[in-house]
Ligand binder design. Structure first.
Ligand code: F6P
Length: 308
């Protein structure tokens, strides 16, 4: 997100616009925690994860009174438009605010979950996948040396994008994602097949929102039916949400930040800027939130072929 903020600030100044940073998300708009940013305000942040503007899940902005206070500050600071970096919740707030007070808004997709339509990738997704894959590589050393079966839980809320990518990238024997119903028996059949094939190490990726329960629950169910594996569980958790962003993420964030300002200059509002087939694309914010972004069946096919 820092890379996106840097791009928004510098693109604004490039186009002779004044730009203000709002601290702590919508809470900062409500309390007036706002200050002007300059070219050097965003020096040396490109390589840092997170956001120097801080972030918050604002409860007050969910209320009409909260949004009225936010609009007071919007006028007080003489703002013309709002650039919102975030996911589902942030965009829903932006959409309502724009509707209620006729304020131009543009969204930049910033979530590790990659669950927004209108963009092939969201900011943070690539970094999260790289962190997960690196962790899986390390776990594999124990999995191989001790011939153990590992269940590794990755984030993604209700979406399996991180799971699919890290499963392919990390060479997992199977992955279980919220979008597909897979039974314990199907998983066991896959594991038995691997064992019959002298598979040296077994790593199963569990997406946190999967229907069979979390990684511990899945491990327990497998243990009941398959006693010859020594089983361990690792939950990667918030490791996936931090750290220095990959080059892919920095480039994506930089492109989207510039395109957000250029979109606003062109009079666009209530859109999310994304990258589709490597081109900048603007999608109505409703569509970005409401359209279900599907996992690519091709990736499932590849993962299955390679897991033998
Ligand atoms: O939406 C991003 C995400 O990291 C999800 O993958 C995860 O379920 C959630 O946020 C974690 O939220 P929190 O930091 O509030 O526990």
């Amino acid at each position: 997100m820092n890379a996106a903020i840097r791009a928004v600030v510098r693109a604004s100044i490039y186009y002779n616009l004044e730009i203000f940073g709002i601290y702590k998300g919508y809470d900062g708009l409500i309390s007036g925690n706002i200050e002007q940013l300059f070219v050097r305000s965003v020096s040396n942040i490109l390589s840092r994860g997170g956001t120097f503007l801080l972030s918050a899940r604002s409860q007050e902005f969910r209320t009409k009174e909260g949004r009225e206070k936010a609009y007071e500050n919007f006028k007080k600071f003489d703002l013309d438009a709002l650039v919102v970096i975030g996911g589902d919740g942030s965009f829903t707030g932006a959409d309502i605010f724009s509707e209620e007070f006729d304020v131009p808004v543009i969204g930049i997709p910033g979530t590790i979950d990659n669950d927004l339509a209108g963009t092939d990738f969201t900011i943070g997704f690539d970094t999260a996948c790289n962190t997960a894959t690196e962790a899986i590589d390390k776990i594999r050393d124990t999995a191989s040396s001790h011939e153990r079966l590992f269940f590794v839980e990755v984030m993604g809320r209700d979406a399996g994008f991180i799971a699919v990518n890290s499963a392919i990238g990390g060479g997992a024997v199977a992955m279980i994602v919220p979008e597909h119903s897979w039974s314990i028996d199907q998983l066991i059949a896959r594991l038995r097949k691997g064992a019959a094939n002298q598979k040296a190490s077994n790593i199963v990726i569990i997406a946190e929102g999967c229907q069979l329960g979390n990684a511990y629950a899945v491990a327990d169910q497998v243990k009941e039916k398959l006693d010859y594996f020594d089983i361990r569980v690792t939950v990667l958790g918030h490791l996936q949400r931090g750290g220095s962003p990959t080059t892919m993420d920095r480039v994506l964030a930089s492109r989207l930040g510039v395109a957000a300002i250029e979109g606003l200059r062109d009079g666009k509002s209530k859109v999310m800027v994304g990258v589709v087939n490597n081109h900048i694309a603007y999608t109505h914010i409703h569509e970005a939130i409401k359209t279900e972004k599907r996992l690519d069946p091709e990736e499932f096919r590849v993962a299955k072929i390679l897991s033998i």
